[in-house]
Design a protein around this ligand. Sequence first.
Ligand code: ATP
Length: 204
Amino acid sequence: MSGPSRRRRVGLLGGTFDPPHLGHLVVAECALVELGLDEVRLLVAGEPWMKTAVSHVSAAEDRVALVRAAVADSPGLVCDTREVGRPGPTYTADTLADLRAEEPDADLFFVLGEDAAAALPDWERIGDAFALATFVVVTRPGNDPPDETLLPGPIVHLEIPQLYVSSTDLRERFARGGATRWLVPPSVDAEVRRRGLYGAPAGQ
Ligand code: ATP
């Protein structure tokens, strides 16, 4: 497809990114290429209401710096901070409504892993969110596809290379001085150590 009438195709990957890792980048890159998107925005969560109740989340400023470092060498991947400055809980339905108002002629694709997709039926105003974007669920090791009978519309399934990488595992690796290189891009590894996040030793 080409020409002036072609609608822009914008992917969105929401996350806490504490820290961003290879799993996130593979998800974003696969969505970008396989779905023919013009860009994928990594939406850094401000106050992730599903997570702050149960665990500590690093400062948004640190997570934004890490995501910027993560996408620096990936054309088409962008760090999006719109949710960071928003006070109170963030709901994807609101973010999608803002994006639609800003770019009425873009088609939005909200990308998420199977673990996150399992919670979709509990999302605030999920019907509105589905009306505003195509939901794309990517495979994630140890998880199953969501029960589509509980969702307000169809989803797109995207099979991606399976990486047993998570932010939880990486925080633990940084804390104990374990192997992290190549599980996060070198730029993220360096930035974590420079900022002294997760109790990581300064250099490695
Ligand atoms: P945590 O371990 O702290 O729960 P996480 O690794 O799941 O973090 P998030 O920032 O919560 O990272 O994830 C953002 C999005 O990326 C979610 O939709 C999640 O399902 C997806 N994702 C993260 N890692 C992977 C992976 N290895 N494979 C597929 N999807 C992933």
